[in-house]
Design a protein around this ligand. Structure first.
Ligand code: KG4
Ligand code: ZN
Length: 376
């Protein structure tokens, strides 16, 4: 079970939880995430001034990863994942509470929570149900309000944990995960317009499949990226699917097939060519993501470009999108989540949950339902 150290609380925070004079108070959200193969819990503190969240900080961020278990099968077996969630969820929640308030007794630790936020979807239904049922039970026993969060909005709100400056709207969010590749326009908080999405494979999925082709192991994205660091990104001219199409959609299935055919013909699996194939594939994905994101940012005149999801950990993507924003949109703010908030975690769910709680968007524990196909 991994966790990050608690981040110290904000300099301007008064110390009392409610400071009526300054119309400022703090709110603590317990986040729970179990949509795929990470069981996660986190306590996030939000500072609310004049009904607006002005700062967020993660007091704990605990993730129990199932990577080693799924590595044996080369992918997530839903039944196995759900069983792992059932075993891990209570210890993970307990650890998140303990790390957020180490000096308090167990009973006191739950009292400091103002609301519980949980991922309701999208994801694997058997995995989602574990988190949702745990959150629902805790909400009813502790008598706390419950907030239902979309996993993808969590990936977007991971960026709010990255800065103490106010984020300016309109925001363009590039979501790149194992199941999704989407460009999302936000004109205000919690308001999402999907302006582009993948027509077939998600970016992360393409990384995972290429890792399988090249026998690089599981999880694929980090393995391909590590191997790519030693390769020449210009070595193989893989296609850049849909890079010139006037919409903001993506398609990565053809690129993956191009890698498959190249490997069938040249067998880089067993040769020194492997890093070159990885680097060339990675460059093709990044070129498409960067080109479409920049075009959308220009069209919608956004003030902020941000990235979320597991593929946001990719160094080439982080650097090249940053460079493109700086070079072509110098007044646009570019934001990235910290490495620990790129993959699935519960701090991002608590962060999004804080904004929903501030907007009083609660769900009754009797009514919350996991939805594997939930869209933004
Ligand atoms: O957001 P995430 O943790 O889970 C989903 O919501 O799907 O994303 C996981 C995806 C996987 O496909 C994984 O291979 C990919 O993110 N990934 C990466 C990197 N780290 C994780 N892809 C490319 N480069 C990376 N460094
Ligand atoms: Zn995710």
């Amino acid at each position: 079970m991994g966790s990050t150290r608690p981040i110290s609380i904000l300099p301007f925070f008064s110390g009392s939880r409610y400071d009526v004079g300054a119309m400022q108070r703090s709110m603590r959200i317990l986040g729970i995430e179990s949509s795929c193969d990470e069981t996660a819990a986190s306590v996030v503190e939000a500072v609310v001034r004049n009904s607006k969240i002005v700062q967020l900080a993660a007091l704990s961020n605990v993730v129990a990863s199932q990577v080693k278990i799924h590595a044996k099968t080369g992918g997530v077996v839903p039944e196995v994942a759900a069983r792992q969630h059932v075993e891990a969820i209570i210890p993970v929640v307990q650890q998140a509470l303990r790390e957020a308030e180490p000096r308090k007794e167990k009973r006191e630790q739950s009292r400091m929570i103002d609301a519980i936020a949980v991922t309701r979807g999208p994801g694997l239904i058997t995995s989602l149900r574990v988190g949702v049922d745990t959150a629902r039970t805790l909400a009813s026993v502790w008598k706390k309000p419950l907030v239902a969060v979309n996993h993808l909005e969590g990936h977007i709100y991971a960026n709010w944990l990255a800065t103490s400056k106010p984020i300016q709207f309109p925001v363009l969010a590039l979501i790149v995960s194992g199941g999704h590749t989407e460009l999302v326009l936000m004109r205000r908080h919690l308001d999402y317009r999907i302006i582009g999405a993948t027509r077939d494979d998600a970016a992360g999925e393409a990384f995972d499949k290429v890792a399988k082709i090249l026998r690089l192991g599981y999880p694929g994205g980090p393995a391909v990226s590590k191997c790519a660091a030693r390769g020449n990104p210009q070595a193989v001219a893989f296609p850049r699917p849909m890079i010139d199409s006037q919409d903001f959609d993506f398609s990565f299935a053809g690129l993956k097939t191009a890698v498959l055919y190249y490997c069938r013909d040249f067998k880089p699996q067993t040769s020194h060519l492997k890093p070159d194939v990885c680097a060339s594939f990675e460059q093709a994905v990044v070129d498409v993501l960067v080109a479409k994101t920049i075009r959308a940012a220009k069209k919608y005149k956004v003030k902020t470009v941000l990235v979320g999801g597991g593929v946001a950990a990719n160094r080439r993507l982080r650097d090249e999108l940053g460079r493109a924003v700086r070079d072509t949109l110098p007044t646009t703010y570019y934001l990235l989540p910290a490495a620990e908030y790129t993959g699935d975690n519960a701090a991002m769910i608590a962060a999004a949950g804080a904004f929903r709680a501030a907007a009083k968007d609660f769900t009754l524990w009797q009514e919350i339902e996991a939805d594997p196909n939930l869209s933004l």
